[in-house]
Design a protein around this ligand. Structure first.
Ligand code: THU
Length: 146
């Protein structure tokens, strides 16, 4: 099996992990359930789902919760891949990309390890793959504070 095939298997696993995480979303206000999975260079996957709040603006996105889970597990870098799965029955079925705040939150963890993870944004009929640096060019990060 060549490297490309191995990569696609691991992307499938990452997407499946994001789907499982999506099952734990707490989204009673928007009914918009999102799951995210982070892949680290040692092969470990850390996940998160969106968690909403009766005070709507306090809701936390799946990607932010995944980063928080990873950092609370002691991770400080090594982020090589991300998968994001939104509801397949809302909107036009196009892949969703992380919101602006989540791009910044993902950038912090990526920058700590000097990686530029590929983000697999899962839609109904396609997976859109985009680098974090393309979603958040000229990012502000921890290096700026040195
Ligand atoms: N949401 C995410 O969790 N990730 C995204 O990439 C887009 C939006 C959540 C926030 C809120 O709970 C719900 O989706 C609707 O905006």
């Amino acid at each position: 099996m060549g490297g490309g095939a191995e990569m696609s298997v691991s992307e499938k696993q990452l997407i499946e992990a994001a789907r499982v995480a999506q099952g734990n979303a707490y989204a009673p206000y928007s009914d918009y359930r999102v799951g995210a999975a982070l892949l680290f260079e040692d092969g470990v996957i850390v996940t998160g789902a969106n968690v909403e709040n009766a005070s709507y603006g306090l809701s936390l996105c799946a990607e932010t919760n995944a980063v928080s889970n990873a950092m609370n597990a002691g991770r400080r870098g090594g982020l090589v891949g991300v998968a994001v799965v939104g509801p397949q029955d809302k909107g036009d079925g196009a892949p969703i990309t992380p919101c602006g705040r989540c791009r910044q939150v993902l950038n912090e963890l990526a920058a700590l390890g000097g990686t530029d993870p590929e983000i697999a944004c899962v839609g109904q009929d396609e997976v859109r793959r985009v680098k974090l640096s393309a979603l958040l060019p000229h990012a502000f990060g921890p290096d700026h504070l040195d």
